[in-house]
Design a protein around this ligand. Structure first.
Ligand code: NDP
Ligand code: GDR
Length: 344
């Protein structure tokens, strides 16, 4: 029976990947951090925690000895490193912690693989944030990098270390450069879920106005459940490599807001510019969206759009869910949660 380690099991992708691997007959060792409050709502929502082949392991990515023990005790043959300080906004306030977890943390696992068993296959959760300032569109595996945040820089370090371990020690170390992927399990600090949760609350009369930062930023948004399938395919390939997963479609934050309101039957009219821009409910005349500059970032990634041709040709991977369907799915989940009186 195959055994896989998934670091970051309490996150969005960790929950979906665990579900996928269990469905394929794996024993899954999902790692979580010892914190003062438990954060298992995603694996509970998917029912993953009840599966007999699912094992929870306490682990911190910044600790080399715990990385070594993790590999020794589980005897896993695949490691999916999804753990990270993954919020770009926070990385500007906590650049050192972000570097330690998101950058150096990956090297702890790579070193542990080199020491314990170099035959272990390793997946690194790389990101389109590494492309940063636009150098080329659409972005592909060979596009030059120009990260614009401490998070992007930390991920780029981990990405190159993954390639370095592949080339230096012949380790099956693969890097997936994934563009934004969302779902009802997305954290509420990220813009799509912040929007769908607020739209549900506004629809139910629990909130008046949604406040956002830069609404001109463009992102290539896909469905997380499909992206974790791509991760698995990368580790089943004949050789380690680097792959982009994306939808090849980009929309502004404003477009996503418009879609989310549409999903609850509210049509928006946009008025004003920059910090004075507002979204008005055309039926009531109420201002339901406002800009708050406190959500601006010191440096912004203005435009992301990726071409997943290599993943399609070599892995047979394709995104299927449109942004319209994704947004509707997220709004409906948030309506349900808010109606039931809880929202994570
Ligand atoms: P989340 O933020 O939802 O999850 C991150 C996970 O990392 C959480 O389980 C968190 O645990 C864990 N973690 C944080 N710090 C540590 C640490 N020191 N030791 C161990 N675990 C830690 O991220 P996503 O699921 O959205 O993303 C998964 C990975 O993919 C991340 O590495 C992210 O950077 C990357 N990525 C994500 C994309 C996306 O659009 N979602 C796109 C491209 C890359 P805790 O609950 O304790 O905080
Ligand atoms: P991102 O996602 O930075 O792309 O990183 P996020 O959803 O945080 O931001 C997307 C864009 O929306 C703009 N924005 C806001 N963002 C947030 N969070 N809150 C707001 O109020 C707001 N208003 C406007 C942002 O400025 C940005 O341009 C995500 C994370 O999952 C990373 O871990 C991952 O690597 C990348 O996606 C790909």
């Amino acid at each position: 029976m195959k055994k896989a380690i998934v670091t970051g099991i309490t996150g969005q992708d960790g929950a979906y990947l665990a579900e996928l691997l269990l469905g394929k007959g794996y024993h899954v060792y999902g790692t979580f951090r010892r914190t003062s409050s438990v954060n298992f709502w995603r694996i509970e929502e998917l029912g993953v925690h009840r599966h007999p082949n699912f094992h929870m392991v306490e682990y911190d990515l910044t600790d080399l000895s715990s990385s070594i023990r993790l590999l020794q005790t589980t005897e896993a043959t695949e490691v999916y490193n999804l753990a990270a300080q993954s919020f770009v906004g926070v990385s500007f306030d906590q650049p050192i912690t972000t570097g330690e977890i998101t950058g150096l943390g990956a090297v702890n696992l790579l070193e542990a693989i080199r020491i314990v068993n170099p035959k272990i296959r390793y997946y690194q959760a790389s990101t389109s944030e590494m492309f940063g300032k636009v150098q080329e569109i659409p972005q592909v595996e060979t596009t030059p990098f120009y990260p614009r945040s401490p998070y992007g820089v930390a991920k780029l370090y981990a990405h190159w270390m993954t390639i370095n371990y592949r080339e230096s020690y012949d380790i099956f170390a693969t890097s997936g450069i994934l563009f934004n992927h969302e779902s009802p399990l997305r954290g509420r600090e990220f813009v799509t879920r912040k929007i769908t949760d607020a739209v549900a609350k506004i629809k139910l009369g629990k909130l008046d106005t949604l406040e956002l930062g830069n609404m001109d930023a463009k992102r290539d948004w896909g469905y997380a459940k499909e992206y974790v399938e791509g991760m698995w395919r990368m580790l089943q390939a004949d050789k380690p490599d680097t792959y982009v997963l994306a939808t090849n479609r980009t929309e502004t934050v404003r477009d996503f807001v418009t879609l989310a309101f549409k999903a609850v039957g509210i049509t928006l009219r946009w008025e004003g510019k920059a910090e004075d821009e507002v979204g008005v409910d055309t039926a009531t005349g109420n201002v339901v969206v406002r800009v708050n500059p406190k959500f601006y970032r010191p440096a912004e990634v203005e435009l992301l759009i990726g071409d997943p041709k290599k993943a399609r040709d070599e892995l047979g991977w394709e995104p299927k869910t449109s942004i319209e369907d994704l947004c509707k799915m997220m709004v409906e989940a948030d309506l349900r949660r808010n109606e039931q009186g809880f929202s994570f």
